[in-house]
Design a protein. Structure first.
Length: 273
């Protein structure tokens, strides 16, 4: 298989960095105006969409058209669904405790601290994690069997993430569940079906970039960083820290896998089962 045109890829890398930065800077300006930094979560998916679209445009004439269209479409579908879900979930809510806690650590101006540690940091992460999207768009290799596996992994992740989000939203919408821990559906098999689905999506997108050993090696940083963010970064770790004192959560955690879906474990009454 032929490697990408590295000479064409470098300008794209610069342009996608600018695109991701522009989305997050616009979001920063809006957040300051509204006094609500939680809207940056909505921009996360949109920033990936901007990177995918810029990559698609700039890879014209350099990458295989089928691969370009596939990786762009897959990224945009994932990013738009995530942003729309978060936007709907956030309506009418005050500031996210995560950002309040983070900004309380600012030793100087809170606004500029937020710009550095939240918005510019997320722009950098978007660019880094989206490397497989850019590599795949510039690959001249036609679609093959590995790409069928990639799409299957991506689709499984998207379904897992979307179904998990939908199940949780319906659970929270029922007043009878107020104060209860969601332990039904996919949430009985993993405490974080949405995060697990997210991880699968990016492993699938990574596989679309594995057309040569060089692109496979260069793009590997993407799913690895995404998995670390979801498990030990701002995802699973912080959420479970906030949930730890909720009645019934300890018992739920004792019987439910922390990330990879598994059948619920049997726990003794002594352990809260």
């Amino acid at each position: 298989m032929s490697p990408p045109d590295w000479g064409a890829l470098v300008p794209c890398l610069l342009a996608t960095a600018a695109a991701a930065g522009a989305v997050l800077l616009v979001t920063f300006a809006l957040a300051v105006r509204l006094g609500l930094h939680r809207i940056v979560d909505i921009a996360w998916g949109l920033a990936f969409c901007s990177v995918a679209v810029v990559s698609f445009v700039l890879s014209d004439g350099h990458g295989d058209d089928g691969r370009r269209l596939l990786v762009t479409s897959a990224t945009v579908v994932w990013g738009l669904r995530l942003s729309l879900h978060i936007a709907h979930r956030s309506r009418g809510h005050d500031e996210d405790p995560r950002y309040t806690e983070l900004l309380d650590k600012a030793s100087g101006n809170r606004t500029w601290y937020a710009l550095r540690t939240v918005y510019l940091a997320q722009a950098g992460l978007v660019w880094l994690i989206s490397l497989p999207v850019q590599l795949a768009a510039h690959s001249p290799s036609p679609l093959g069997p590995l790409d069928a596996v990639a799409v299957t992994v991506w689709a499984a992740g998207l379904v897992f993430e979307a179904v998990g989000d939908r199940q949780l939203a319906r659970f929270k919408a029922d007043p009878a569940n107020r104060g209860r821990v969601m332990d039904q559906g996919l949430w009985a098999w993993t405490r974080h079906p949405n995060y697990f689905g997210d991880a699968l999506v990016w492993w699938g997108l990574y596989l679309l970039a594995c057309t040569t050993w060089q692109t496979a090696l260069a793009g590997l940083v993407s799913p690895v960083v995404m998995n670390l963010l979801l498990t030990v970064g701002s995802g699973k770790r912080l959420l479970e820290k906030r949930m730890a004192d909720r009645p019934g959560y300890a018992a739920y955690a004792a019987r439910t896998s922390g990330f990879l879906p598994q059948p619920p474990r049997r726990t003794s009454k002594r352990n809260g089962g």
